[in-house]
Design a protein around this ligand. Structure first.
Ligand SMILES: NC(=O)c1ccc[n+]([C@@H]2O[C@H](COP(=O)([O-])OP(=O)(O)OC[C@H]3O[C@@H](n4cnc5c(N)ncnc54)[C@H](O)[C@@H]3O)[C@@H](O)[C@H]2O)c1
Length: 342
């Protein structure tokens, strides 16, 4: 077998640990370096990875390691684009957790650098691998629904004080960015992947029950038009009491309508389409479980598999940096063009 691809992981928190496990679980890749600014996390990395990986206190030190081929950025959102840029400057490929950045400009700088140094920038959007997402994509791409009339997306999750803990990065404007970046960018990505860019945005935002725990609004209604035709809305909130309620997408097309719902957009609840019989889909992977709260689908192994296949020259990138930037730009525009009701 040819040599394993050597990964560095920056940020060894919830998701960094998953990345490391998925990388070491793939026969063709291994984690040889980890960086985290927290001493506790450095100790955890040493315990979990042992002799196999060198543990650093900063990304700057890790990037000096000539053995590292590619670095996975698993730090708070506000660091993503900056650390991706440094990684590319060090002539290494980069895998960037979602969101790619917190504004279009910093994402553009990453894309420019990636092209300049001929190194790949991969974006993590693992929900695209969910059976319902794969099915929706084929339905839309094959034109089964005809013209798109309306798309409605609902994202109703619970994020309360169990999630926003004092002293952490979650809830901070400069590190978290807001719920559309941290909780719901996966769903905006699916919408962008299926229907493309949006224009003429109207939005209303409110902060119902996070006035003391976050620096941003928790809920909103967003209306827009798709550049390719059709109307769209996103209703979102993290004010749901107790636990996540739903993430769903309803699509009304010329030749049929479908709805994918469930807590994690994982269940087809309606499919009536001209001359079409709904196939049986494989079961979805369970959501990432963080104890008191749950997140998106546990599909990270597909992301690592795609990275390995691309670097071995066997595949194309499933989620590229341009798509990552477009989703960031859409979110930035939604936040800019909405009315804040308090
Ligand atoms: N794809 C998904 O489904 C998914 C799920 C969860 C989190 N995420 C993303 O992953 C990122 C991390 O989230 P998390 O839940 O693991 O957070 P976390 O707080 O558990 O982990 C972040 C880690 O980064 C470290 N860190 C902070 N600043 C650093 C720096 N400058 N250099 C090096 N290390 C630094 C922290 O010490 C911590 O260990 C976020 O961007 C989040 O949006 C994605």
């Amino acid at each position: 077998m040819s040599a394993k691809i050597k990964f560095g992981v920056v940020g060894f928190g919830h998701i960094g640990k998953r990345h490391a496990a998925m990388i070491n679980g793939n026969d063709e890749s291994e984690v040889i370096a980890v960086a985290d600014v927290s001493e506790d996390r450095q100790l955890e990395a040493k315990e979990i990875l042992g002799e196999r990986a060198t543990v650093y206190a900063s990304i700057e030190e890790l990037l000096k390691n000539p053995e590292v081929d590619i670095v996975n950025i698993c730090t708070p959102n506000g660091w993503h684009a900056k650390q991706a840029l440094w990684t590319l400057e060090a002539k290494k490929h980069v895998v960037i957790e979602k969101p790619m950045g917190l504004n279009r400009q910093e994402c553009e700088e990453v894309i420019f650098k990636s092209l300049q140094v001929s190194k790949h920038a991969f974006i993590v959007k693992q929900n695209r691998y969910s059976p319902t997402s794969v099915w929706l994509k084929s339905l839309i791409d094959e034109g089964k629904l005809g013209e798109t009339y309306m798309v409605q997306m609902n994202c109703y999750w619970n994020r309360d004080d169990r999630y926003y803990k004092k002293g952490g990065w979650k809830g901070l404007k400069n590190m978290d960015g807001g719920v559309l970046f941290t909780q719901f960018s996966h769903f905006l990505d699916i919408m962008y992947w299926l229907f493309g860019d949006i224009k003429n945005i109207n939005a209303k935002f409110q902060n119902f029950n996070h006035k003391t725990s976050t620096e941003f609004i928790d809920s909103g209604f967003v209306g827009f038009e798709f550049i390719n035709g059709g109307l769209g809305t996103i209703n979102f909130s993290t004010s749901i009491w107790g636990q996540n309620m739903e993430s769903s997408i309803a699509i009304i097309g010329e030749k049929g309508s479908v709805k994918v719902s469930g807590q994690y957009m994982d269940t087809v609840s309606h499919c009536v389409v001209e001359d079409y019989e709904m196939p049986i889909l494989p079961p979805a992977n369970p959501p990432n479980d963080y104890g008191d709260y749950k997140g998106s689908a546990a599909n990270h192994h597909y992301v690592i598999e795609n990275v390995v296949n691309v670097l071995k020259g066997r595949s194309q990138i499933n989620t590229n940096a341009l798509e990552g930037m477009k989703v960031v730009e859409m979110i930035e525009r939604i936040y800019q063009e909405g009315t804040y009701l308090g």
